[in-house]
Ligand binder design. Structure first.
Ligand code: AMP
Length: 275
């Protein structure tokens, strides 16, 4: 992978990297197409990273289909796919991790201990191997994107980080590899995530700015479905991810909900209308 990158760079090509865990869907492919618009060569990585899964999480059941992924990536114009084997990428004795204090201490970080530490470590390793000029990440994992921007600034990675808006199914469900683990009934239930977010947005348009009221309404919508369990619903500052009590400035509403046994996340911007 490094040799490929060095060759491209030597020829004056700019490289964009799109890191993924595979089982590609149109959300991933949109990131790859954006990468192709911005750079001369597109590299992706496909790696289900064990260090970002906690005990009891879905590492073993995470969907995988490498042949299909490589076909889809090729069709999307990807030039190189880096698919390391775990034992080659985490050599025996591996013992170095990257951590951050503040941003991981919110939202998903509160229930997924060690997740962002594993995520930052693997992204840094991918950056070092691929040596891209830029990297594209989805806003669906909003906290991940914020943490990577911080890491890149703090550790002097000379890599431009590009955020891509959430890609949704036609009925509004945020695309996710994990959606394939939902039964048809759970797939319908999963729509309550976007319904809850949209309802909060609509309430704001009616001048309801109290975060606790907006969150309460969202909770009511989700708990109406018996097969759901809420991890969090938060309204926060998009830069610091700190909770904000009153939405008098642009905010992020984010949630994580388990539907059946599948943990889903989604988010939406809340922007108070200008008077
Ligand atoms: P994953 O394979 O889930 O680790 O995702 C790889 C990249 O694709 C991450 O940057 C995700 O944020 C991004 N991504 C996943 N789903 C979506 C989506 N529905 N819309 C936009 N980006 C996404």
């Amino acid at each position: 992978m490094s040799a490929w990158s060095a060759r491209q760079r030597h020829q004056g090509s700019r490289i964009a990297l799109v890191p993924t865990m595979g089982f590609l869907h149109d959300g991933h492919l949109a990131l790859m197409k954006e990468a192709g618009r911005l750079a001369d060569k597109v590299a992706i990585s496909i790696f289900v990273n064990p260090t970002q899964f906690g005990p009891g999480e879905d590492f073993d059941t995470y969907p995988r289909n490498l042949d299909r992924d490589l076909d889809l990536a090729r069709e999307a114009g990807v030039d190189a796919a880096f698919v390391p084997r775990t034992e080659d990428f985490y050599l025996q004795g591996f013992d170095t991790f990257i951590d951050q204090k503040k941003l991981p201490n919110h939202l998903c970080g509160l229930s997924r201990t060690g997740h962002f530490r594993g995520m930052m470590t693997i992204v840094a390793k991918l950056f070092n191997v691929v040596n891209p000029d830029m990297a594209v990440f989805g806003e669906k994992d909003f906290q991940q994107l914020a943490i990577i921007r911080r890491m890149v600034a703090d550790l002097n990675f000379n890599i431009r980080i590009i955020g891509h808006p959430i890609v949704r199914e036609s009925d509004g469900l945020a695309m996710s590899s994990r959606n394939t683990n939902l039964t048809p009934e759970q797939r319908k239930t999963a729509l309550c995530l976007i319904t809850a977010l949209k309802t909060a947005q609509a309430l704001m348009e009616k001048k309801e700015f109290h975060a606790d009221i907006l969150i309460h309404k969202a909770k009511t919508i989700i708990t109406a479905h018996p097969d759901t369990s809420i991890d969090y619903i938060a309204i926060c500052d998009p830069d610091t991810l700190e909770d904000i009590p009153f939405v008098d400035r642009p905010a992020l509403m984010a949630l994580a909900v388990t539907v059946g046994t599948t943990r889903l996340i989604d988010n939406i911007r809340l922007t108070p209308a200008q008077e």
